[in-house]
Structure formats: C-alpha cells, structure tokens
Design a protein around this ligand. Structure first.
Ligand SMILES: [Cu+2]
Length: 332
C-alpha cells in the first residue's frame, strides 16, 4: 500500500490536493471554449474567459474568492452551451477545506445582467443573510464555519434556482474530517466526480418538464471514457462523488467491483460496507472506496441506464503499472 503522500502523487486526473486545502484544477471539468469575449454559437451572448479561484489560508481561516460568470462550455463533441458558471467551468472548481475551518467567501458577479449567489451545503448559515444575491457587477463577502465533514454540493441559489443550476452553476466542496477518514491509510489514489444534467439551452420549460438531453460526469458526455481514470492492479481507489441534478437522482455504480466502504455524504460516521450501488439524491454526495483486483477497463455509471445512454459513463482503466496503455476504452 502507498502512503497518502503517494496517493496524492499518483492522483493523475485531479492533481495537487494540498494537505489541507486546494482547488482541483480538473482536466475533466467541461473545457471552456477558448476565445476571448466573443459571440457564442447559440446567440450573441458573451463568453467570459475562465479564471482560477483565489484561495488563501491564514491559520484556520480560509479566504476563497470566486466569480459568477457566463462562459461557453463544450458539453458534447461540438455542442456548445452558453453556461452560467462559477469561474468559467462546469462544474465549478472543486474546493477542499478542513472541518473546523472558517470560510470567508467572496463572490464577484461578473455577469452584467443577472444576480447570482452561493449556497454552500457544507455550512450552517442563515440563507436570508449568507446566501443572498450579489447584483451584476458587484461582489459580496460572507463568513461561515465548516463544522461538519463531508462531500457537499454548492450551487447558485438565486431564483429561479432551477435555471441557475440547470445552466451550470454548481460544484463540489470537500470538508476533510479533522481526524481524516478511518480508511485513509488504505487509499492509493482518489478522484472526484460530479453528475449533472444538461437540457435544451436556456429553455426553462425544458428544465421544468423536459427530459435531459445529456446526463454527464464532470460536465460533458463520455469525457472520462475518452480519457479514463487510472489505477494499478491492487489499488484501493477513493471517489468523492456528488450529484448536482438539478432534477435526477444517481444510482452510482462501478462495474466489476463492490464498494468496500461508502461514507454517505462523506461523513466518516456514516460508514457502510459492501455496497453495490449508492443512491445519491439530487444534491447528495458520498465517499466510495473499492479495490481493483484485475487489469481491465471498469465502467463507472449511474445504473439508470437511460442516463448512461445520455453520457453518464466514465472508465477506470486498471493496468499493471497504473499508466495508460492507450487505446479506446471499453464502456457501457
Ligand atoms: Cu446564478
């Protein structure tokens, strides 16, 4: 078994989690379309270039500055969505703090026409004062404690919330347990996955009553089939998983293995053993851990297979040495 340090070293897709806090600069998050502020494919809408969040720690106080912005993202090959985003990606940046930290959060609203806000599921706070709208071109700063460990959704809470989530304003925040997870010493590598849906672009009626056009992991369809997650034979893999919805549940399943441990909502006290499928309600999360015993491609899906057909599939490629041998992945 590798030490946790090695876990981080080997974590190829979501590199560079620092010991206490980091922004995972995911290669899997929907790629923003790289052009400066020009017209999107769908309209004459603005597309603002993505920016990294600014994260600074002072003792147990963590200062996080994020943007609300409108950015074109590619949700399927050649399909561009003029998304409402945090920092220009969908999902937004993965945030990582430690139980007991105080979060001083600033939202800069770069959207010139609409208010946006931040609803962290990770905190205890009065929504009427701490999750309030930040007007176009303005910024707001809010302070709250992170007193409960887990894997939480964050999202824009501005009305109608359905539109703000369906248009792309969500992400994952991990609040590390102060004492770690009891299985930390077993884990060789870790990844993050956010499931969500895409509907007809900016079509509120579709958000309300329609079926999703795409159901996706980390923002686009089959991105993690084309670029599989990696592991080595014998590795214990941890996935932080969250279902952003907005409307569907996830029946999270890894083909060819059984989850040795599942921490519901990522709380170390919510441990279950030997789970085949994890039910994630809209906004729910979990930490799942399993060991891969044989070489091969392991599909990661929601077991609601109409959603797999719409894009919600990933592949964990297990090789002798943990490096990719190339070649197309076998998926579902
Ligand atoms: Cu919003």
């Amino acid at each position: 078994m590798f030490s946790l340090l090695n876990v981080y070293k080997w974590s190829l897709v979501f590199a560079i989690f620092t010991a206490t806090l980091s922004h995972c600069s995911s290669t899997d998050t929907v790629k923003p379309v790289h052009h400066d502020e020009v017209s999107s494919s769908s309209s004459s809408a603005i597309s603002q270039p993505p920016v990294d969040p600014i994260i600074r720690r002072e003792g147990t106080t963590v200062y996080i500055e994020m943007t609300a912005q409108v950015t074109d993202v590619e949700i399927s090959k050649g399909v561009i969505y003029n998304a409402w985003t945090f920092n220009g990606t969908v999902p937004g940046p993965v945030l990582r703090v430690t139980e007991g930290d105080t979060l001083v959060f600033t939202l800069k609203n770069k959207d010139s026409s609409l208010p946006h806000s931040m609803d962290f599921h990770a905190v205890h706070a009065a929504p009427s004062s701490k999750f309030i709208d930040v007007m176009p071109g303005k910024e707001g700063t809010f302070t709250y404690p992170t007193s409960s460990p887990g894997v939480f959704m964050y999202h824009c809470g501005t009305k109608p919330v359905l539109a703000h989530i369906a248009n792309g304003m969500y992400g994952m925040i991990i609040v590390e347990p102060k004492a770690g997870y009891p299985s930390n010493h077993l884990v060789d590598r870790e990844y993050t996955l956010v499931q969500s849906e895409w509907y007809k672009e900016h079509d509120y009626e579709a958000f309300l009553n329609g079926e999703p056009d795409y159901v996706v992991f980390n923002g686009n369809d089959y991105g993690l089939v084309k670029h599989p997650l990696l592991a080595k034979v014998g590795d214990t893999v941890r996935i932080y998983v969250s279902n952003a919805g907005p409307n569907e549940v996830s029946s999270f399943h890894v083909v060819g293995t059984i989850m040795d441990r599942v921490y519901t909502d990522g709380n170390p006290r919510n441990i279950q053993y030997g789970i085949q499928t994890v039910m994630l309600p809209a906004s729910g999360g979990a930490v799942v851990e399993f060991t891969v015993t044989e070489e091969g491609d392991y599909a990661i899906v929601t077991h609601q297979f109409n959603h797999v057909a719409k894009g919600a599939a990933a592949v964990l490629r297990v090789t002798k040495d943990g490096t990719d041998h190339g070649g197309p992945a076998m998926s579902h």
